[in-house]
Design a protein around this ligand. Structure first.
Ligand code: ADP
Ligand code: MG
Length: 265
């Protein structure tokens, strides 16, 4: 990502209130941020502070109550097609193979549907290439139940990227995995991002994960969620697990840890 890349995602003074059962839940309060094309940012903050809500706003699944959400300078009006998403639970269709799960968005999202019907072979090549990148070469024809949790999450990352979205939204994607698998997938995600150059917003509880992957980390307050700090991670890339033991890395994690402690108190 170049420092002067154009802004891709922008929130301008965004507030969001949920109305449920007559109750007004003030989820976000006056959030302003700008993320450049190709940037990798992370959002951390206490449970219930509105992190998932921010991703839903960027995906166009929710309109803001106040303020504006823009993609490439245009205020968004509804669900976005140039966005890929992956969540804590990979939610693969059990009756489909890994490859067929990766191809799923192409069968659903216009304008890919027609192209996909005509050029199925070509898209399958792309899906196989993605599976190869995440270390699942040879597993394309396996059913989800034959794959470990970490492998399923790799499939889910491929599925989020198959339609070559400009923006990748990740909601605690590795939270359900054991520590070794999780840290292995940091490297996988870093490679995917460096290959593709998409803009990534990662929501995570794991401060080391945030520092490993992101160029900037936003810290949010308790609900109603506001941005309270923005940490720049100027560590060289590609980052390795070995780097996570170095003073610069540990110092940044510690700084975030202190900030989160203050926010939660
Ligand atoms: P986070 O992802 O940071 O844990 P969320 O964005 O999911 O937080 O939610 C922010 C707040 O809004 C929480 O208090 C949550 O209970 C509330 N909330 C989320 N979705 C809804 C909804 N559809 N209706 C009412 N309240 C909601
Ligand atoms: Mg959430």
């Amino acid at each position: 990502m170049k420092k002067d890349s154009p802004v891709c995602v922008e929130l301008r003074n965004v507030s969001l209130n949920y109305l449920s059962n007559g109750q007004n839940v003030h989820a976000l309060q006056d959030v302003t941020l700008a993320i450049r094309q190709g940037e990798f940012v992370a959002i951390v903050g206490p449970s219930g502070c509105g992190k998932t809500t921010i991703l839903k706003l960027v995906a166009g699944l929710l309109p803001p109550t106040r303020g504006e959400v823009l993609i490439d300078g245009t205020p968004i009006k509804g669900p976005q097609k140039n966005v890929g998403m992956a969540f804590q639970n990979p939610i693969l269709l059990p009756w489909r193979t890994a490859l067929e799960n990766v191809l799923l968005p192409l069968e659903i999202v216009q304008p890919h549907r027609q192209e996909f019907a005509r050029n199925r072979r070509q898209y399958e090549e792309q899906a196989l290439h993605l599976l190869h990148t995440v270390g699942l070469e040879g597993f394309a024809d396996r059913a989800p139940y034959e794959l470990s949790g970490g492998m399923q999450q790799r499939v889910s990352l491929c599925r989020a990227l198959i339609h070559q979205p400009e923006i990748l939204l990740l909601d605690e994607p590795f939270a359900a995995l054991d520590a070794f698998t999780r840290e292995e997938l940091w490297g996988v995600l870093q490679t995917l991002w460096q290959d593709r150059g998409c803009t990534v917003i990662l929501v995570t509880h794991d401060l080391r994960e945030a520092v490993f992957l992101a160029s900037r980390v936003f810290v949010m307050s308790k609900r109603p969620g506001r941005l309270v700090q923005e940490a720049h991670v100027d560590l060289p890339r590609p980052r390795t697990l070995e780097n996570t033991f170095e003073p610069a890395f540990v110092g940044l994690v510690h700084q975030l840890y202190t900030c989160i402690g203050e926010v939660r108190a």
